[in-house]
Structures are given as structure tokens and as C-alpha cells.
Design a protein around this ligand. Structure first.
Ligand code: SF4
Ligand code: SF4
Length: 167
């Protein structure tokens, strides 16, 4: 028994001098891995236009049926995104989401991206529905809000020309 006590004290002393593995969250945060999939962000182009064109491919690809998209028509006087349509409603039910990233893979414009934010908490079910306003990234400058008035015939293409992905 005495031997057991000594062993216990030895382990306690050893841990006392070891570098702590805990951190003082939330003041301190560990960086996430490069492939971490956290809270979604709806991206914009540098000119402030929204990348989302309301095609709902992300909703179709979602295995948890967590995404709801409704589209409306763009006009040159009131343009949210390039092309004909934009997402007038975009919602993700974070209680359903399993963070698989299928929505990200399905998106033709790279509009929806799973970011590095893992701080999701809700006090009720309604608060778990993240709306477009919550998901959309901030505008790059104050004069680049959406909707924008754009010159006719410029933003006709919904999906930008992209290079083939590199290995
Ligand atoms: S990460 Fe997966 S489960 Fe979550 S919204 Fe996207 S497709 Fe659906
Ligand atoms: S996020 Fe992408 S896939 Fe989903 S509606 Fe918008 S453009 Fe389409």
C-alpha cells in the first residue's frame, strides 16, 4: 500500500512540472487544422457583389436537408450578384448540419465556404437557423454594398471563368 501511495505521489509531482495541455479558452484559442470545417460563410467578389447566384445546388447536395435557398431576379439597377439571379433567402439549419462540406463542393461559384469558426451555440431552435445576413461576409468597402447599380451588359455571366484546379 505504501508503494502505491509513493507511485501516486510520483505521478502527481511529474504532472506538476510538465507543460500544461489545457489552455485558457475562450481567452486563448488553438489554431484549427487547414482542413477544418466550421461555420459557413457566403463569399463576395472584390467588387462587393455576392458570389451566390441562388442556384440551390448546395441545398440539393446537402445530405441533412439543412439548406433552404430562394432565388430572385437581378436587374442592372438592383444587382446582388453576377448573372440573372441571386439568393433572396439563404438559410442553414445549424442543428441539422453535419459539417460534411458537400455544399461547398457542389457550389459552382465557390460562394459557400466552411470557415474556421467553431463557436456555435444557441438558446433555442429558432436561433440555430443562420440567415443570409448572418452568413454573408462583410463588404470589402463601404461603397460596395449590395444591391448595386451596374452598367448594362457587363455582369451577364453567373459563373466566372475558372482555371482547372491544380493537383
Ligand atoms: S456542411 Fe454538409 S450538412 Fe452542413 S449544410 Fe453543408 S452539405 Fe449540409
Ligand atoms: S451557395 Fe453556391 S450552390 Fe448554393 S445557391 Fe449559392 S451559388 Fe448555388
Amino acid at each position: 500500500m505504501f508503494r502505491g501511495i509513493l507511485e501516486g505521489m510520483r505521478q502527481t509531482l511529474r504532472s506538476f512540472f510538465e507543460k500544461p495541455v489545457t489552455i485558457q479558452y475562450p481567452e486563448q484559442k488553438r489554431p484549427v487544422r487547414a482542413r477544418f470545417k466550421g461555420r459557413h460563410v457566403l463569399k463576395r467578389y472584390e467588387n462587393g457583389l455576392e458570389k451566390c447566384i441562388g442556384c440551390a445546388l448546395c441545398a440539393a447536395a446537402c445530405p441533412a436537408d439543412a439548406i433552404f435557398v430562394e432565388a430572385a431576379e437581378n436587374t442592372d439597377e438592383r444587382r446582388f450578384s453576377p448573372g440573372e439571379r441571386y439568393a433572396s433567402t439563404y438559410e442553414i439549419n445549424m442543428l441539422r448540419c453535419i459539417y460534411c462540406g458537400f455544399c461547398e463542393d457542389a457550389c459552382p461559384t465557390e460562394a459557400i465556404v466552411l470557415g474556421d469558426n467553431y463557436e456555435l451555440s444557441f438558446m433555442d431552435r429558432a436561433a440555430s437557423i443562420y440567415t443570409k445576413d448572418m452568413l454573408l461576409e462583410p463588404v470589402p468597402a463601404v461603397d460596395k454594398l449590395t444591391p448595386q447599380s451596374t452598367p448594362p451588359g457587363v455582369f451577364t455571366r453567373s459563373v466566372p471563368e475558372m482555371k482547372d484546379p491544380e493537383d
